[in-house]
Write a protein that binds this ligand. Structure first.
Ligand code: ZN
Length: 139
């Protein structure tokens, strides 16, 4: 895979909650998991250990800022952090607030559904709060 056919190398069509010249935080707009966020490195780099130590720390600082913002605003039963990149080998972290009554709990949100979706109501106001909290936590 090269930058020309990588889904993360093109400008994001998702709602961008925060961005600098290194990475961006996007709200994916997932119907079953409305507060599902992803932290995406801007450069097409495959592994965390391809980054210099300070860059790794910078990436994780943003991931943890998003995790804390999601906890503060939505009080989830669990946060799931995942970095796979098998299909898209471009560093990105999934940050997913999970609830005991969500579609797949306690399994991965990529597993078979166990029940109907029970998505969080996420209105413009909560999205703005999330944006503000992510920004505060990073700065
Ligand atoms: Zn890429």
């Amino acid at each position: 895979m090269t930058t020309s056919n990588c889904a993360l190398c093109i400008p994001s069509t998702s709602n961008i909650l925060w961005q600098d010249d290194f990475c961006r935080v996007v709200l994916l707009g997932d119907a079953d998991y409305p507060a599902y966020c992803r932290v995406e490195l801007l450069a097409h780099i495959k592994e965390m250990t391809d980054l210099a130590p300070l860059q790794r720390a910078r990436m994780m600082r943003v991931v943890f800022a998003v995790e804390q913002a999601l906890r503060d605003i939505f009080n989830p039963d669990k946060i799931n952090l995942a970095s796979l990149g098998n299909k898209t080998p471009h560093i990105h972290w999934h940050v997913i607030p999970r609830f005991e009554n969500d579609k797949h709990f306690p399994n991965s949100h990529w597993a078979e559904a166990l029940r109907d979706a029970n998505p969080l109501p996420l209105d413009e106001h909560s999205i703005n709060r999330l944006k503000e909290r992510v920004t505060e936590n990073i700065s």
